[in-house]
Design a protein around this ligand. Structure first.
Ligand code: ADP
Ligand code: MG
Length: 378
C-alpha cells in the first residue's frame, strides 16, 4: 500500500531509443522506502513501468545531469519532476573544484580511491597544463603573498588534473579530506588527510580545494568553461601511445582508483586523462570496426554511453602490445583463468562490462587517442 506520507522523488528523464533512433521522455519516480521505481511515458501520457522494486538505483545517483540505468535503459536526469524533489534534493548537492598538483600525479589512483570512499562523484576530470598567466589568474587572491611566485612556479611545473566533484556538501567534505594547507601541520592535526599522507611542505600540498561555493563556481568555470574550446587544453601528445577507456560500469563500481594504480604499478605513463560523457552516436562511431564482427557490438555501444567514462592516453615500452597484455583477454572469465592479474581479470564482470577498452589494432592506437582528445575534445 502506498502511504501518502511516503517520500517520492520525481525526475524528468530522457532515453535514447537506439532502435527508433529517437529521444523518448519519461517521468521517473523513485520511492526510497522500498527502493522501487515507476516510469510514465510523457508523449503517450501513460504508465510505462508500474512501480517495481529495483535495487540498483540509489538516492545518491539522483542528481541533475547524471545518467542512471533502470532495467537496462540509460536515463539522463534532465530536470526535477516536482517541487518536493527540487527542494529536497536540489539544495544538498554541491559541486566543488579540485586540482591535483604536479608533483603527485603518480598518486592519482589513491586520490580517486579517497574521493570514492568519501561518496563524492567525479563529474568532470581533465589532465591539463596551465601557463604562468593562467595560474596567476587562478590564484589572484594570493598575489600579494610572499609565496606567490613559488606557488605559480610550482603549479606550472608540469601537468595537473582538474576535477569537478559532486555530492552532499562536496565543498567542505573535500576540504576536510585535504586537511590543513601546510603538510607538516596536516601530519600533526589530521594524520588521515591527503596532505598528511602525500604532502611535502606548505606549498607542495597535494591538491587544491575550493574554499566557498562562489570560489568553486569561478574555479570550475576557469578549467571547464561553458564556452566550448576555451580553457586549458588536454595534454595528449598523440604519438607513440595507445588508448585506454575505463568503462562506465567500472567507474560506477568505484574501480577507477584501483585501475589507475594497476596501470602505474605496471610502469605505464598516463600522458592524458579526461572524463567524457559519450552520446550514443559517438559510441557507435568509435566502435564502428567491431560492427558485424563481434556479437557484443550493441552491448558495447550501450555500455560506453551508459555513464561517464575516463579516457587515458598511455605510453610505455613496447606500446601498444605491452598495454594489451596488461588488459588481458577481453572476456574476464577467460582472463581470470589464464591471466588473473590483468585489468580484465581483476576488474571485469563480463564480455561487455570488462572494465577497460584498449586499442586492438596497432595502427588504430593513435587514431583512437585522437578521436577523444582531438575530435571530441576539440
Ligand atoms: P588552501 O590550498 O588550503 O586553500 P591557501 O588558499 O591558503 O590554502 O593557499 C593556496 C596555496 O598556496 C596552498 O595550497 C599552498 O600550495 C600555497 N601556500 C599557502 N600557504 C603557503 C606558505 N606559507 N608557504 C608556501 N606556500 C603556501
Ligand atoms: Mg585556498
Amino acid at each position: 500500500m502506498t502511504s501518502f506520507q511516503e517520500d517520492r522523488y520525481a525526475f524528468l528523464t530522457e532515453w535514447h531509443d537506439p532502435t527508433a533512433s529517437l529521444l523518448r521522455r519519461y517521468q521517473l519516480f523513485f520511492y526510497p522506502k522500498d527502493n522501487s521505481v515507476e516510469m510514465f511515458d510523457l508523449k503517450y501520457q501513460r504508465m510505462f513501468l508500474r512501480r517495481t522494486k529495483y535495487e540498483d538505483l540509489h538516492l545518491e545517483d539522483l542528481f541533475l545531469g547524471n545518467r542512471v540505468t533502470v532495467f537496462s535503459r540509460q536515463l539522463k536526469l534532465i530536470d526535477y519532476g516536482d517541487q518536493f524533489t527540487a527542494n529536497k534534493l536540489g539544495s544538498k548537492i554541491e559541486k566543488t573544484f579540485a586540482l591535483v598538483k604536479p608533483d603527485v600525479l603518480n598518486k592519482i589512483g589513491d586520490i580517486f580511491e579517497l574521493i570514492y570512499s568519501a561518496k563524492l562523484i567525479v563529474t568532470k576530470a581533465k589532465m591539463t597544463t596551465v601557463t604562468w598567466s593562467q595560474a596567476a589568474d587562478f590564484y589572484v587572491e594570493h598575489q600579494s603573498k610572499p609565496f606567490f611566485n613559488n606557488l605559480i612556479q610550482f603549479v606550472t611545473s608540469g601537468p595537473v588534473v582538474a576535477m569537478e566533484l559532486t555530492g552532499d556538501e562536496a565543498m567542505s567534505i573535500w576540504r576536510t579530506l585535504l586537511g590543513p594547507a601546510d603538510s607538516a601541520a596536516a601530519r600533526q592535526e589530521a594524520p588521515q588527510s591527503l596532505r598528511a599522507k602525500f604532502g611535502t611542505d606548505a606549498i607542495r600540498n597535494v591538491c587544491h580545494g575550493s574554499e566557498s561555493l562562489a570560489a568553486a563556481a569561478r574555479e570550475l568555470e576557469f578549467f571547464f568553461p561553458s564556452t566550448v574550446g576555451h580553457g586549458p587544453g588536454n595534454t595528449a601528445v598523440c604519438e607513440d601511445s595507445t588508448c585506454c577507456i575505463i568503462k562506465p560500469h567500472a567507474i560506477a563500481e568505484g574501480l577507477t582508483g584501483k585501475i589507475l594504480n594497476s596501470i602505474r604499478e605496471a610502469r605505464f605513463k598516463i600522458a592524458a586523462l579526461q572524463l567524457f560523457n559519450i552520446d550514443y552516436a559517438n559510441a557507435e562511431e568509435f566502435y564502428e570496426i567491431y560492427k558485424g564482427v563481434v556479437t557484443e557490438y550493441p552491448g558495447m555501444v550501450t555500455e560506453l554511453c551508459s555513464g561517464p567514462c575516463i579516457v587515458l592516453e598511455i605510453q610505455g615500452a613496447d606500446i601498444p602490445k605491452s598495454f594489451r597484455e596488461l588488459c588481458g583477454p577481453s572476456d574476464p572469465e577467460i582472463a581470470r583463468l589464464l591471466r588473473p592479474n590483468t585489468l580484465r581479470g581483476l576488474y571485469g564482470k563480463d564480455k561487455v562490462r570488462n572494465a577497460v577498452h584498449c586499442t586492438d589494432l596497432p595502427e588504430d592506437s593513435v587514431l583512437e587517442v585522437q578521436y577523444f582528445f582531438r575530435i571530441l575534445d576539440g
